[in-house]
Ligand binder design. Sequence first.
Ligand code: ZN
Length: 461
Amino acid sequence: MSPNGCPPSGSTPPGHAMYALAKRLFPICRSITGNGFRRSLEIIAEYIPGLKVFEVPSGTQVFDWTVPKEWNIRDAYVIDPSGKKIIDFKNSNLHVMGYSTPVDQKMSLDALQGHLYSLPEQPDAIPYITSYYKERWGICLSENQRRSLSSGEYHVVIDSELKPGSLTYGEVVIPGSSEKEIFISTYLCHPSMANDELSGPVVVTELIKYLFASSDKEKLRYTYRFVLIPETIGSITYLSRNLKQLQKNVIAGFNISCVGDNRCYSYLSSRAENTLADRAALHALKFTDPNFKRYSFLDRGSDERQYCAPGIDLPVCCITRSKINEYPEYHTSLDDLNLISSEGLQGSFDVILKAFRCIELNEYLKIKVLGEPQLGKRGMYPTISTKDTREQVEDMMNFIAYLDGRLSTLEIADKINTPLWSLEETIAKLKKHDLVESVASPLPSNIDNVVELNNTIKNIV
Ligand code: ZN
């Protein structure tokens, strides 16, 4: 697997493929349940093998929650007093509050105002509003349009259906040599918005495609489990059905959302803060863009809330670009296909793949010789010296200098300030020449004894 995610020559570059998929999924009206979610999964299944679809009936108890009724919508519109259709669901599915109950009613502007939602601070934007757990209906519109409404009788039609059905989610497992897993979650429950959320599912689709292709050539070290779920109720439902398995096998996990714009990269830590997932994400981001933004678990807002909850305690952190809640277009009609780009999606794909690579390459190694190994006689030393080769030798010697089995390869790469994926060849050569042995877990180091001895001496002095 290439850490930079380069496509095989002749195929569509991943960034373009991801953008094209986002464009295809964009018009569908999705929600936490219903046919929009199913249709989106069906489309994604055309691109990847092995997508399993699960249906969980409404009313199922999932931890402290209950799977809600299923919501579907065919059409919605508002006719003004002059008989003109001024709001049309077919122009923007954001016009209808998610989970709106059906309505076909004539009413005054005053009565209608109680059901209207707009954003005075962003007068051009249609807000994204939902009401999953209290039955009501609502129409969302721009503040400018709202201000233009004159008094008179309005006709509101929402042709929706809210009744027992099921919650749908998708899962893909790519088996590796180990049953230990890397877990990746993304959500697919928003109507027409691009960064939050289509960027997550399209990057995940491309990652699945890529990992399947890689595992055909050479088995991956770890098993990869991907889930495409409705946010919150979906992660709670998934956890309630798979918790034991996840707790037994997941060594690192990532919640992927808002990965389509190219304004910045961001990281949000797991609750435990220093898991393998956190370290891999930080390492991958640091060597992609040192100016990436760091958020603490206190800034959480997506499914990491469930994955890191007390008693669940999965090692899940987030790699994102402009994070949820942190960009002006968030949850409005302005979060459209102009906000994301092939480059933005490609950058996220690359950085997530790098984080995976860090985990694949992470192990505890111990050098088998005393003193520096003589690399020249093994052909590991370049025979000509250039700036490039000098840097390579320096990285290799620094790496070897810390191989006492106490730090993992990822920790050493961090310490010597070199991307772990660039040390892959060095690690392979050290193994080939039988210069290192793998150790199962960190060894206690003689350095600890030295430090202890120094502290004792300091105290005596
Ligand atoms: Zn959202």
